[in-house]
Design a protein around this ligand. Sequence first.
Ligand code: CP
Length: 306
Amino acid sequence: HKDLIDVTALKEADVMYLLDNAEQFYELNTRPIKKVPTLRGKSVIMFFVEPSTRTKTSFDVAGKRLSADTFSLAKSGSSISKGESLKDTALTLEAMTPDAIVIRHSASGAAQFLAERLDCSVINAGDGWHAHPTQALLDCFCLRRYFKSDFTDKKVLILGDIAHSRVARSNIHLLTMLGVKIKVCAPSTLLPRGIEEWGVEVFTDLDKASKDVDAIMCLRLQLERQQAGLLPDLNEYSKRYCLTQKHLENSGNIVKVLHPGPINRGLEISSELADSPESLILEQVAAGVATRMSILFALLTRNEKV
Ligand code: CP
């Protein structure tokens, strides 16, 4: 592959290749000296039109750990704020001959638009509601470790703002491909139209949804993407959908909890649970560096014998 735009383009063997390499990079990241020369001479531009802490920083760290040169362009301070188009900005960046551009954009399809027009690799770091493939891969990395590499008969509940979540869409596709059964739970206003056809079990009651699951993935309530008039009452939302220790006890299994971040404590997940041993939230961040190292390695060495 030249690009990583959506997990739908990956086969199971591609996913396993990326996760196996990520395991090696994860181990490397625990050593005192973490830097290797693998991508020396390569360069990566991070082009983030929407805000990010985890994805942007972890791609930067990932590139540097592999000795690639990394550069960043954000919306503020760039000529996007003077009205330069996405295409012209991307062509300008490509004229600086990077090997990859990592893009985050509010428009679904922005990464695909660039991949079709640029010769360098394009990596989707989140496009609108559409896809967040590197987040799904790192979530899969964490779950694979927790499930001891066996996804058979595992059940994962995805909880919260499914309608506006690119993380949910990418995770549902990827985890279903690996054999995981997916439940989703949200108020009906935060469930996308046609979700019954996605091959998932749909709930609006968290007590029912949280029974008999192996992991629960909470989602951020995407307040910036809510349609006018459909913003849930936050007090009511937290009473019905904020995940607490009580829901884990209700499950009847040993349950781990994930959240892609940033978290709204007390709204999507209780503060106590976010900081508990059941939480994989910071583990997801560590996995993010290793997984993004694996993705950069795979794309930037695709034409080389290494
Ligand atoms: N999970 C995630 O994409 O976080 P950031 O928005 O901080 O990158």
